[in-house]
Structure formats: structure tokens, C-alpha cells
Design a protein around this ligand. Structure first.
Ligand code: LLP
Length: 431
């Protein structure tokens, strides 16, 4: 479930009116729901209860300190991809020892930082990286816990830019190479071969590629575990969410399957994978990002102008591709709903931002009720890969972010003042 729904004719997040938040804090505005984050975490956690497991939230999807704190309080660990993200976990009061550290380009400084902080494991993406980690660990007189990321060469059938588990991608080490790489790693000093990791892609709405990948990799895990004594097997993230009809008929029950649309529930995911995972006798690590944060956030924007050209009905809003780049970057669909319900015949509308790029749009020819200047719209399912992918393009400050819990709302990121955008810049001395 998620906690964005109409109460009467007004969109609310849990017990808080979105229009009230927009008036108080201005727009563009990200609003996150504590109850949704908690619900999603709890559902996945319960589904995997039959095995020892640890959810490591992929914080690249949403690294706001308050989101991290909510999940840390629930017992989540974190899937991090930079020393900056590990520092964020600490800044949010989380424990770096619950972090795994992934990414193809870890620097020596980042490796040293992670080692000093005692992270749970490095998810290693190449042989060169194994050597580098071993070298840094030896210098620091530490033992580095490592898991190699296997590329199982399984097509996840998702968007090309978020497919990661085939040999076309830069991620992981080829399935056929893994045994040799572990043999080599076992001879490198100061490494502890702690497990194996995989991740095949993002926004998967069908369980089949997950099943195929685990089926392929599990025997390898068993073999390596017998040889090296593993602690865990990480099956990565990638559970897809509902983007379309996310608020079907004003109902919060997006869990109910809209006709013809696939929804991957935690129960289906667990029911399919647990029979393959259980016999391994290892701790299972999960790295969901979008599943936890995606439907826990919306982006609220204000209609600035309506512009009709010969062909098009443009709704120009105050949010832009710098606030939410997914439609421009991946052609992705985000449900758009008026914050105050409107009646009347829907008009095919292009919802666009103020940035000077034709790609700066949120929807094209989308049937939307007639809106006027000053109305608020909400872009749904914007909690994952929304704010984190924000930029200052066109010298636009990053939006305010609010976390709601019940009837309470707190600002968890203040709107960035425009002067902060160029605070690190200077004119050259000869100018
Ligand atoms: N683990 C690894 C190793 C990953 O590379 C990713 C995502 C995850 C876990 C989390 O995947 P999730 O559960 O969120 O699907 N910006 C794109 C998505 C990029 C995903 C990158 N890797 C988007 O907006 O759709």
C-alpha cells in the first residue's frame, strides 16, 4: 500500500493535506511518507522471515537523512556506492557496519575510508579492484570483507539504461570467470571472502528473471561456500513498482492489481526465491531501493501557465527535469494527479517544466482534467531516483523535502538558496 490518497477531494499524505504543505513550504516540493517506507520494509522483511536475511536499502534511490533514519530504525542496512553515501549513513545516525559498498570505480581513499569504518562487505566488480582492496587493507593492517559481484548474463527485460546483468554491461565479473577469480582472491593477503553478490537490473515487474538468475547462481554459491566458508549471498535489488494508475480511482490500494498490469509483490518474490535460497544455509542479503522508496514519495508542483499552440495543450509547471529527470532520461511514466480533485472532461496535455530543453517534460498528450494557473499537481512514485538525481541546471535550487508521519510533517531538506549554487565558484584573479 502507499499512503497518498484523496480525502474527500483533497490529496493527502497520511493525515496531512498536500495543498497545505504546498502553501506552507512552496513548490516544487518532495513529500515522503514514513508509513509507506515502514510498510514496504516490513512486508519484504516478513516475506523473508523463513531465512536469515538482511535488507540493505539501496540508498542511491533516496539518500535523504530522514529516509535513512526511518529505515535504520526498522533494522535496515545500506547498499552504498561511494564514501559519500557511507558518510550519509553516519550523518543519519546509522551504523556503517551495516553497509555494503558497491560500484565499479572505488578509489583508494574510498576503500580506506570504508575499511576504517568496518563496513560489512565490499561488493567487488573487477579483479583489479580485488588487488586494490587487498593492497589498501594490507597497508592499513585490516582484513577486508569482500564478495565478488557475479554477472549472471540474464536479461532482465527492463529499460536498457537500468539493465545490469548481461555481458553488455560494465557490472560484475562474468559467471564463467568467478571460480578462477575466487581462487586468485584467496591467495591475496588481507581479504576475507565473505560471500557472493549479484544484481540483474532495476524495475523488474516479472519474477522470472530473478528466478532464472538465482537458479543459475545458487549452485556456484554452494560450491564456493564449501571452499571458502561464506557468510552471505546477496541477491541484489531490482523489485519493480507500479507507476501507472498508482492512485487508481483515488484508492491507496495500489497493491491490488490493475487489469493487465504486472505487480511483483514481496510475497511472490519470496515464494519464488526462498526454495532456491533456503538450501544454501546462508544469510540472504537484499538490496532493494525503488521498492522501499519509490511509492513513498511524490513531487508537488504548481501550474504556472497554460499555453495552447495549434497542436498542443501545454501545462507549464514550476518543477522541471532538474528536480525529476526520469521522464526525460528514461521516458518513464509518472502518474500526475491534481492535488484538489477536478471534474470535467480530460484534455490531452503536455506537462512541461520551465527549462530550456525540449526534453524538459513530465508527460506528453496525457489526459488530464482542466487545470488553471495556481493549481497544484502531484507527480506520483517520485520517491526513488527523484531528488537524488536532481541538479542545478538552469541555476535552479534543489526543492524542499518534507517527511510526513501521521498528522505530523517535518522539513527534512530546506530549499536550496540560489546563492548556494555558486558558492564554490569564483572569478579568476585576472578578471
Ligand atoms: N543493487 C545494485 C548493485 C544496483 O546497481 C541497484 C540499482 C540496486 C541494488 C537497487 O535497485 P532497485 O531496487 O532500486 O531497482 N536511476 C534509475 C535506476 C538506476 C538503478 C541503479 N542500480 C531509475 O530512475 O530508474
Amino acid at each position: 500500500m502507499h499512503s497518498f490518497a484523496y480525502r474527500g477531494s483533497e490529496l493527502a499524505c497520511e493525515g496531512v493535506s498536500i495543498a497545505t504543505l504546498a502553501k506552507e513550504y512552496g513548490t516544487p516540493l518532495y513529500v515522503y511518507s514514513d508509513a509507506t517506507l515502514t510498510d514496504h520494509f516490513t512486508k519484504l522483511d516478513r516475506a523473508f522471515a523463513p531465512v536469515e536475511h538482511q535488507i540493505c536499502f539501496a540508498m542511491k534511490s533516496n539518500s535523504n537523512l530522514a529516509v535513512i533514519r526511518t529505515l535504520a530504525n526498522l533494522g535496515s542496512g545500506f547498499d552504498t556506492v561511494s564514501a559519500g553515501e557511507i558518510q550519509r549513513v553516519e550523518a543519519a545516525g546509522g551504523d556503517p557496519r551495516t553497509c555494503v559498498f558497491a560500484g565499479v570505480g572505488k578509489t583508494e581513499e574510498e576503500i580506506a575510508y570504508a575499511l576504517r569504518k568496518g563496513i560489512y562487505s565490499f561488493n567487488v566488480e573487477s579483479e583489479a579492484e580485488l588487488s586494490r582492496i587487498s593492497r589498501v587493507a594490507t597497508r592499513l593492517k585490516k582484513i577486508a570483507p569482500v564478495a565478488v559481484r557475479v554477472n549472471p548474463n540474464i536479461n532482465a527485460h527492463t529499460h536498457a539504461k537500468i539493465t545490469t546483468g548481461t555481458y553488455e554491461n560494465k557490472f560484475g565479473i562474468a559467471f564463467e570467470e568467478i571460480e578462477r577469480v575466487y581462487a586468485r582472491a584467496s591467495r591475496l593477503p588481507n581479504l576475507r571472502l565473505r560471500g557472493l553478490q549479484m544484481h540483474i537490473g532495476s524495475q523488474l515487474t516479472d519474477v522470472k528473471p530473478f528466478r532464472l538468475a538465482v537458479q543459475k547462481v545458487a549452485p556456484l554459491v554452494q560450491k564456493l561456500n564449501a571452499r571458502y566458508g561464506f557468510d552471505f549471498f546477496s541477491i541484489g535489488g531490482g523489485i519493480g513498482i507500479v507507476y501507472q494508475d498508482a492512485l487508481a480511482s483515488g484508492s491507496p490500494a495500489w497493491w491490488r492489481k490493475p487489469a493487465g498490469r504486472k505487480i511483483l509483490t514481496p510475497d511472490t518474490y519470496a515464494r519464488t526465491l526462498l526454495p532456491l535460497l533456503k538450501p544454501l544455509g546462508l544469510k540472504v542479503l537484499l538490496e532493494p531501493g525503488r521498492f522501499l522508496s519509490g511509492n513513498a514519495g511524490i513531487l508537488v508542483t504548481r501550474v504556472e501557465f497554460i499555453k495552447r499552440t495549434g497542436k498542443k495543450h501545454f501545462v507549464i509547471v514550476d518543477a522541471a527535469m532538474n528536480d525529476l529527470i526520469r521522464p526525460a532520461f528514461y521516458d518513464s511514466y509518472h502518474e500526475i494527479v491534481p492535488v484538489s480533485k477536478k471534474s470535467g472532461r480530460p484534455i490531452p496535455s503536455d506537462v512541461v517544466g520551465p527549462i530550456c530543453e525540449s526534453g524538459d517534460y513530465f508527460a506528453k498528450d496525457r489526459p488530464l482534467p482542466k487545470v488553471v494557473e495556481g493549481d497544484y499537481l502531484a507527480l506520483l512514485s517520485a520517491g526513488a531516483y527523484g531528488s537524488v538525481m536532481g541538479s542545478n541546471y538552469n541555476s535552479r535550487g534543489l526543492p524542499t523535502e518534507v517527511l510526513v508521519r501521521g498528522r505530523k510533517a517535518a522539513v527534512v531538506r530546506r530549499r536550496q538558496k540560489v546563492a548556494a549554487i555558486w558558492a564554490q565558484e569564483a572569478v579568476a584573479p585576472w578578471q
